[in-house]
Design a protein around this ligand. Structure first.
Ligand SMILES: O=P(O)(O)O[C@H]1O[C@H](CO)[C@@H](O)[C@H]1O
Ligand SMILES: Nc1nc2[nH]cnc2c(=O)[nH]1
Length: 298
């Protein structure tokens, strides 16, 4: 486990080298790191330069940099959302995350969330690529997570394993409303304003260890569990964020339909995942940008 002091060292390293004091953190999923490139007045920290920080090994999809800067957009200055002004808010973006299949324990995958917390971040926006198991979902759709299934926790491998440090949060944190109700509502409103209603869903996410994609039998089982989207990340970040009382909003980009029939030659492959991420990244980035600005108001 990383001690409080080690996490604080990382946070202090970043705070000493940036003038920004972000209250919003963003974790960019596979192929979705472009949002960080839209920030201005950036301070950029390759993960390998941050003391005790993990490093990205899937660098083709995850640049492996912490980008701290200003995000600009229209801010609604009245409660009826009629009057707007241009605003700039400080955010910190992880341009790339860590996965269990890279060999990292779950607490280490989620350790950057605690670094964000000690830097003053209060709200976390998460994006990631996932397979659509719900038969109504198509490649290119977006799912707001309503709830997750912590399968690793079922198996005795939770991200909060080990001695609890109360300075982060309680030994037994609740996971009700893990995906903040108000933020979900706001996300749906913003998606409607962007005329994305036909591709937006709300559903249940499950994280599997990967890196192999699922078998048909596994997907049939997950369908019975009520899972709508399947991925290889996010759940540990959310649990660690909720443990330290951050508010969370998370979006899947559905990069492929999960294959639940044997009689087909279709196969999931990572090139399709990245291809769809590239096709949809402009919408996804705009959605996250607008939600971050709206989150700053609320
Ligand atoms: O969850 P993110 O980081 O977006 O990555 C997703 O994309 C990769 C390939 O499918 C897997 O790592 C999967 O979890
Ligand atoms: N586990 C898993 N992760 C994904 N990431 C993108 N697509 C998928 C998928 O079908 N399964």
């Amino acid at each position: 486990m990383c001690t409080y002091d080690v996490i604080k060292q990382c946070a202090d390293y970043l705070l000493d080298r940036t003038k920004h004091r972000p209250k919003i953190g963003i974790i960019c999923g596979s192929g979705l790191g472009g949002l960080a490139d839209q920030l201005t007045e950036t301070d950029i920290f390759p993960y390998q330069d941050i003391p005790n920080f993990p490093v990205s090994t899937v660098t083709k999809f995850h640049a492996g940099r912490m980008v701290i800067g200003k995000l600009s957009g229209l801010e609604h200055t009245s409660t009826n959302r009629m009057s707007t002004s241009v605003s700039e808010i400080p955010v910190m973006c992880m341009q790339g995350r860590f996965h269990a299949y890279e060999g990292y324990p779950l607490w280490k995958c989620a350790m950057p969330v605690r670094v964000m917390k000690l830097m003053g971040v209060e709200k976390l926006l998460i994006t990631y690529a996932a397979g659509g198991l719900n038969s109504k979902y198509n490649a290119g759709d977006i799912m707001i997570i309503k709830d997750h299934i912590n399968l690793q926790g079922f198996a005795g491998n939770p991200p909060l394993q080990g001695i609890n440090d109360e300075r982060f949060g309680p030994r037994f944190p609740a996971m009700d409303n893990a995906y903040d109700r108000n933020l979900r509502l706001m996300a749906k409103t913003v998606a409607s304003e962007m005329k994305l209603d036909n591709i937006i869903h709300e559903g249940t996410y499950i994280m599997l260890g990967g890196p192999s994609f699922e078998t048909v039998a596994e997907l049939k089982m997950l369908h019975i569990f009520g899972v709508d989207a399947v991925g290889m990340s996010t759940v540990q970040e959310v649990i660690v964020a909720r443990h330290c009382n951050m508010k969370v909003c998370a979006f899947s980009l559905i990069t492929n339909k999960c294959i639940t029939e044997y009689e087909t030659d279709d196969m999931v492959n990572v090139a399709d995942v990245i291809g769809i991420a590239n096709n949809r990244k402009a919408d996804m980035q705009e959605l996250v940008r607008r939600i971050a600005i709206a989150m700053n108001e609320n």
